[in-house]
Design a protein around this ligand. Structure first.
Ligand code: AMP
Ligand code: MG
Length: 292
């Protein structure tokens, strides 16, 4: 689902709850996907203005809040650029003039939300950097309401860990550009939300440079900095999802303010292989990362 793999694991055998969780994912995908016919986002991109579901309006507002907090590093209106770069299918960068033309059509400042009426201001929306986390939060809430006490929700790398507060979860952080399953670091958590964004997920290489799927609105090009991946730990999965994308753009230093503002933490894996922790993380005796 959602162009990724969704895995929901419930400990305790509530199979019914599992089916409901996956059904919920499907219904949110129908609402929030850019490509699904008749979704709120497809309607908005077609018509420029539409009445949307209250969840869609809520998610666009949260996206706007994070755009402002990240000085535009997170921006759901970059669709003309992501379509132009199309890193899944392209093998070389687009022309400068086409990048400049696409940049003119972007900008979250053009967007407005009034109740459930959204006006795109002529932009095209793509919630790919936040929707999976948002949906993971909804699934977590539904599972908890259904009495589930132990579960792991994984929506394409956005994890929600539901536990009793005693047991520890071990989260492995993928080593960028290595075989799947090879770890760069391990995080121990009693529960909560983690999301990873990485430049190794979708990219093409041209002239020795990596062109990946996260766009820097300031240049109109895939982000070029020291970072290979960022894993964010935050109070909600929607926030960890959006912040992992934003922090990849902002870099280790540039992320400090927004991480503080959202009471969030991050593990940066640099292109050099170095692991950098945000200020509230530390290592335990076994070399695992934990919150201080
Ligand atoms: P993630 O894997 O969560 O970091 O999200 C990446 C996806 O978000 C991309 O595939 C795009 O659909 C979208 N995206 C790319 N760049 C940005 C950005 N600067 N701000 C918000 N969303 C973005
Ligand atoms: Mg994200």
């Amino acid at each position: 689902m959602m162009d990724t793999v969704v895995t929901v694991t419930v400990y305790g055998g509530e199979k019914d709850e599992l089916d409901k969780a996956l059904e919920l994912c499907r219904s949110y995908e129908k609402m929030l996907s850019r490509t699904e016919n008749g979704s709120d986002i497809e309607l908005l991109n077609q018509n420029g203005r539409a009445e949307v579901n209250k969840e869609t309006a809520e998610l666009i507002l949260l996206s706007e809040e994070i755009s402002n907090a990240s000085d535009g590093a997170f921006d759901i209106t970059l669709t003309p650029l992501t379509l132009l770069w199309d890193v899944k299918n392209n093998t070389e960068p687009p022309s400068e003039t086409s990048i400049t033309a696409a940049m003119d059509k972007c900008g979250h400042q053009k967007l407005s939300v009034n109740g459930c009426t959204v006006d795109t201001g002529g932009t095209m929306l793509d919630l790919g950097g936040i929707a999976k986390g948002y949906i993971a939060d909804k699934v977590a809430k539904a599972l908890k309401n259904g009495g589930v006490k132990n579960a792991v929700i994984d929506l394409g790398g956005n994890l929600v860990l539901i536990g009793d507060g005693e047991r520890e979860f071990t989260v492995g952080i993928q080593k960028p550009f290595a075989a799947v399953g090879e770890k760069a670091a391990t995080v121990k958590l009693k529960g909560g939300n983690t999301s990873t964004s990485g430049i190794y997920e979708r990219y093409f290489e041209y002239d020795g440079k990596i062109y990946h799927h996260i766009i820097d609105a300031k240049t109109g090009c895939p982000v070029e900095n020291e970072i290979a991946s960022v894993t964010v730990i935050a109070d909600t999965s929607a926030v960890s999802d959006a912040l992992s994308t934003a922090c990849l753009v902002l870099g280790t230093e540039g992320s400090k303010d927004i991480l503080r503002q959202y009471n969030a933490n991050a593990v940066f894996i640099l292109r050099s292989g170095e692991v950098v922790l945000s200020e509230n993380l530390t290592y335990d005796r076994d070399g695992n990362i934990k919150v201080k």
